[in-house]
Design a protein around this ligand. Structure first.
Ligand SMILES: [Zn+2]
Length: 334
């Protein structure tokens, strides 16, 4: 995993600083205390709307589970963590989900699965989650691009599940009652040399995908979810964004993808600035993607410089933003 920082560009940085002063004031109001870290999901007790906790668990890579007032949501849930470099076959392991559910570190069934794009480290486990026999009676909505919809069909997702797929292109505002989802048109990361692995779209269900190369990107979406009318959370699965699509958004929490961004100008500075200085940022997509959850070395696979780079950018921009360093599967509550 590469993590090179972009060399500073003085002209660009001055522009970012100026815009921060103009646009960062409102988001700085009401800076909350440090997040509560807890080991258990919140009870779905009857509390007034707008006060229920939002509990997060990082699932590794870009993935999240969020529980709010009894509602369970997943974003890019990739749990199999197979060794794709040794063998690119899609080696999906449902027993990992079984163990996480039995241990209580995963809650389910989810009522919504948000997918950023079609690559394996975001999508590969979605079919097995939708096919779990013990969740067969539950309505699980999945949201993503048309390519993701077609890939899921090729991966054998049932007609019944596919009926609850929401095709999105970005710009959609969706009201689920206890929470609202705004779909945001976004971009995949750009590697050195300006490009990324496995581009492409699927306009019809493909033959059953066999390897990671069969799961093409198909466009990238981000999602801002507003919980209980009080906590806005921006999830992204790609290390890039469309600046104009983020203008006016004021998320409280931003999950910041931290794969290589050396081809992008001032990635962190521009992101933090256009979002007005969010209360919290959480680095993601900075683990090795293959070390299993039960491996004691898992925390060591996380690139610790990601948090440092975020703090450096925040300090340079004079923002009040706090960095939350999530640990795999450990809950924290906001
Ligand atoms: Zn990708």
């Amino acid at each position: 995993m590469q993590s090179n920082s972009t060399p500073p560009n003085p002209l660009r940085r001055r522009e970012v600083l100026r815009r921060t002063v103009l646009g960062g004031t409102a988001a700085a109001v009401g800076l909350a205390a440090a997040p509560v870290v807890s080991g258990a999901a919140p009870a779905a007790a009857a509390r007034p709307r707008g006060t229920a906790d939002v509990t997060f668990r990082w699932l590794g890579v870009a993935g999240w589970q969020v529980v709010h007032d009894g509602h369970v949501l997943y974003f890019d849930p990739y749990l199999s963590r197979f060794d794709y470099q040794s063998n690119p076959a899609l080696d999906i392991d449902p027993t990992i989900v079984d163990r996480l559910l039995a241990a209580g570190t995963l809650a389910g069934p989810p009522e919504l699965i948000m997918v950023s794009h079609g690559h394996w480290d975001h999508l590969a486990d979605v079919p097995q989650l939708l096919a779990r026999p013990d969740w067969a009676g539950a309505t699980i909505r999945t949201i993503g691009t048309d390519t993701v919809r077609n890939l899921l069909a090729g991966m054998g997702v049932s007609d019944a599940r596919r009926k609850n797929f929401i095709v999105a292109t970005g710009g959609e505002e969706l009201d689920f009652g206890a929470y609202q989802v705004r779909v945001v048109r976004s971009l995949h990361s750009q590697s050195k040399g300006f490009g990324f692995a496995m581009p492409g779209v699927r306009v019809a269900p493909p033959p059953t995908p066999q390897t990671i190369s069969d799961l093409v990107e198909g466009g990238t979406l981000a999602y801002q979810v507003t919980f209980g009318g009080r906590l806005r959370v921006l999830f992204s699965g790609g290390t890039n964004f469309v600046e104009r699509e983020l203008e006016g958004l004021r998320p409280d929490v931003v999950m910041v993808s931290m794969t290589d961004y050396s081809s992008l100008p001032d990635y962190l500075e521009r992101l933090l600035t256009v979002l007005g200085g969010p209360r919290y940022v959480v680095p993601v997509h900075h683990d090795d993607m293959v070390t299993k959850f039960d491996n004691p070395n898992l925390p060591g696979t996380v690139d610790a410089t990601a948090a440092t780079r975020l703090r450096d950018a925040i300090r340079a921009l004079r923002m009040p933003t706090k960095v939350i360093e999530a640990r795999h599967l450990e809950a924290f509550t906001l």
